[in-house]
Write a protein that binds this ligand. Structure first.
Ligand code: ATP
Ligand code: MG
Length: 389
């Protein structure tokens, strides 16, 4: 008998056709985040099993590493029994019940239908054994202090401790999205929400030195490290944006500056997305938050990208976004006051209702732009971000 972690996954179980792909993705994410060759993650009939090949698992340490992984609904700190004989189940169940407990209930799940007893019979036999062994405890089926769970799968499992986790879908199981990650409050939340829906995130940050400082860049790296706690280590691509930004500033209409800058970001992001075989772009736009985030402005910007642009925050209000940012730990970093490239050259009178076609055709007159876009996309600098646990 040894201590292991039994992983329950929520929504994946519903996806009959691709279930094994989802399970494998989840297992490899867990394995990568634990990053210890003594610990193995394997599939176990509708669950994943995380165990130390040399003995008991250090449950607290491993849970701290994996509890934020998307797709995990709960982690059960469990005993694993090689031999599921009733007498072994009884002993293990007794061990899980600490002396302070006065009421309990046994719940059995029998996936291995070859087991000679039915679930109810197993629960009853274990309950009886415990009542015989302990005088100070009784059964309460409606409101027990503790439930002892028995699961009979390839091996047998006995546990009482269940830690609820993030749920969502396994990272990387629903496609790849290029995240436009600024230092603000919104885009880290947008990245988190899409990653939670199973999308692999490739983050890019547009950096305009010397107009944006190294500290502004470090802030984005810190934000990415925060996201890495959910998705594992990931590179952040820093895009050199100064030349493009100065060109736009010096040559193009100032009231439309924000739109041209956003379009430039989308053009460059699309080149990178193509190379990275991503399926879409992701931004932190929230409708109505600023002038560049009206439906008109979004329409005027989107045609710069040949990829679908996902905006998971579109319908959220600022307080909801802030609450999520606090919950995932990015808020405190985001509110640090370093400048963003879009805020440096903001026009005095930004347009609220730009004409999408007019913006695109004004941009098209600048034949120098496409070269600047490809140059920026070629010169991206990857910064490896570890996950800070
Ligand atoms: P955020 O809080 O995410 O910074 P914001 O409210 O400041 O957003 P904008 O400046 O209009 O709004 O930016 C909208 C979106 O454009 C951001 O959420 C982000 O996805 C993208 N974006 C803006 N600036 C950058 C940048 N320097 N690098 C990468 N993406 C950016
Ligand atoms: Mg911003």
């Amino acid at each position: 008998m040894k201590k292991v972690l039994l992983i329950k996954y929520g929504e994946i179980a519903l996806r009959k056709g691709n279930r094994s792909i989802f399970e494998k993705k989840l297992a490899s994410t867990i394995q990568n985040l634990i990053n210890d060759s003594n610990i193995k993650t394997t599939r176990e009939q509708g669950r994943l099993l995380v165990e130390n090949i040399n003995g008991d698992i250090d449950a607290d340490a491993v849970i701290e590493k994996i509890r934020r992984i998307f797709g995990i609904a709960a982690i059960c700190i469990s005993y694993k029994l090689d031999d599921a004989a009733l007498s072994n189940l009884q002993k293990a169940a007794l061990m899980t019940l600490t002396e302070d407990k006065t009421t309990f209930k046994i719940e059995t799940k029998r996936s291995d239908k070859r087991y000679p007893m039915q679930s109810q019979e197993i629960s009853a036999a274990i309950g009886e054994y415990i009542l015989n062994q302990r005088s100070n405890i009784t059964v309460d089926v409606h409101n027990p202090q503790v439930i002892v769970w028995i699961e009979i799968r390839n091996y047998a499992y006995v546990y009482t401790d269940i830690i609820k986790c993030e749920s969502g879908l396994p990272y990387g199981s629903t496609g790849k999205g290029l995240l436009l990650l600024s230092g603000g409050i919104d885009s880290p939340v947008a990245g988190y929400l899409m990653a939670r829906r199973g999308m692999e995130i490739i983050p890019i940050y547009f950096h305009s030195p010397p107009y944006t400082s190294e500290r502004a860049k470090d802030k984005v790296i810190d934000l990415m490290e925060c996201l890495c706690r959910f998705i594992g280590p990931s590179p952040l691509y820093v895009v050199p944006f100064t030349e493009t930004q100065l060109y736009i500033y010096e040559n193009m209409q100032s009231e439309k500056m924000t739109l041209f800058l956003k379009r430039a970001m989308f053009h460059i992001a699309s080149i990178i997305a193509e190379k990275e075989k991503a399926h879409c772009l992701i931004t932190g736009d929230s409708i109505g938050q600023v002038a560049s985030q009206t439906a008109h402005s979004i329409a005027a910007v989107d045609s710069a990208s040949n990829f679908a642009v996902l905006r998971p925050l579109a319908a959220m209000d600022k307080q909801q976004i802030i609450n999520t940012a606090k919950q995932i730990g990015t808020y405190e970093i985001s509110i640090l006051p370093y400048e963003d490239c879009c805020t440096i050259f903001v026009p005095k009178h930004p347009e609220h209702k730009p004409n999408a076609k007019a913006v695109a055709s004004l941009e098209a007159k600048n034949i120098a732009l496409p070269k600047l876009f490809s140059k920026a996309a070629e010169q991206i600098e990857p910064v490896q971000c570890p996950s800070t646990n």
